[in-house]
Design a protein around this ligand. Structure first.
Ligand code: C5P
Length: 289
């Protein structure tokens, strides 16, 4: 049996995000296109003989132990599969925290995959995704990877064929947003424009970046920009630096601009990183990258 693994855990952005309504269970019914990106955490997993789970990180911003989604993923696998061994988890954090980029969810997904491999549990992807949904709405997508249309809470997924390589600049302003709080304040009446996901997916199939960018809309901006106008300012700055469009990812506050070429993205990145320490130049990440 292997004793150690190192796993890449990519972040995601939401290329579109629509909320269809509130459900009886308190969650919101979503329709969103999610895309993994080349900004990754590195997860080090190793088996120990204490029987306990220990999670640590090089970042002081993420919680240790029970509150950490990676810890929760390990605890879930231990209890479901009766694993006696303990696990040491070390998270090399590169993805900003509380940012709308699924940083915690992707770490949890990597731990689920890693434990499956380390203990040769042979759990198939659909079952692993079902377990992931117990930890968080974005975990199933992080397990599936690539690009996908997500419905339900975010766990009903349809993979998209590999599309155009997207070149993006991400900017995370210097504050975090609670996803639960954004959904609590969300009201359909306040939405000015929702994405047309059918049109987006048609444009995706045709690799038509102009039509795609027209539909890159996130209805959660109606809550987050109202509270934090800086998000709108960053959108406008990215557009003035040549982005085809710029939108917030997930519940925010990270904003990303989509650029025609890597060179265009690089020019904008070189400028904006002087003002925002947490700026990143990334591209779309496909399964197997
Ligand atoms: O599933 P997860 O724990 O990541 O979600 C965090 C919070 O975001 C939930 O507690 C819920 O308040 C809100 N949420 C929602 N509808 C979704 C996903 C999340 O209302 N589809």
């Amino acid at each position: 049996m292997k004793e150690k693994l190192v796993i890449k855990a990519p972040a995601k952005v939401n290329l579109t995000l629509d909320v269809k309504g509130k459900r009886a269970d308190g969650y919101h019914e979503l329709e969103t296109v999610m895309q993994q990106i080349s900004l990754v955490d590195i997860i080090h997993l190793s088996v120990n003989d204490t029987g306990e789970i220990a999670s640590k990180s090089n970042s002081s911003l993420i919680p240790d132990h029970e509150e950490n989604l990676a810890y929760q993923a390990a605890a879930l696998m231990k209890s479901k599969y009766g694993l006696q061994a303990g696990l040491d988890i070390f998270i090399e954090k590169n993805i900003p925290v509380g940012a709308g980029l699924a940083g915690g969810s992707t770490d949890a997904a990597a731990v689920l995959q890693g434990i499956n491999e380390l203990f040769r549990l042979d759990i198939k992807l659909p079952k692993l995704m079902e377990l992931g949904a117990e930890i968080g709405s974005d975990v199933p997508f992080c397990l599936l990877g690539g690009a996908a249309l997500a419905k339900g809470r975010g766990e009903i997924l349809t993979s998209l064929k590999a599309g155009l390589r997207l070149e993006m600049v991400l900017v995370k302003p210097d504050f975090q947003i609670s996803t639960a709080e954004v959904y609590r304040q969300f009201s359909l009446d306040k939405v000015e424009r929702a994405p047309d996901n059918v049109a987006f997916l048609a444009a995706w199939d045709n690799e038509d970046s102009i039509q795609m960018t027209r539909q890159m809309v996130n209805v959660l901006e109606s809550v987050s920009i109202n509270k934090y106008p800086e998000i709108e300012k960053i959108k406008q700055e990215l557009i003035s630096m040549g982005a085809l469009t710029a939108i917030m990812s997930g519940s925010g506050p990270t904003v990303f601009g989509a650029f025609r070429t890597r060179e265009d993205a690089q020019r904008a990145y070189d400028k904006i990183k002087r003002r925002y320490a947490e700026s990143y130049i990334v591209s779309s990440y496909s399964r197997g990258d």
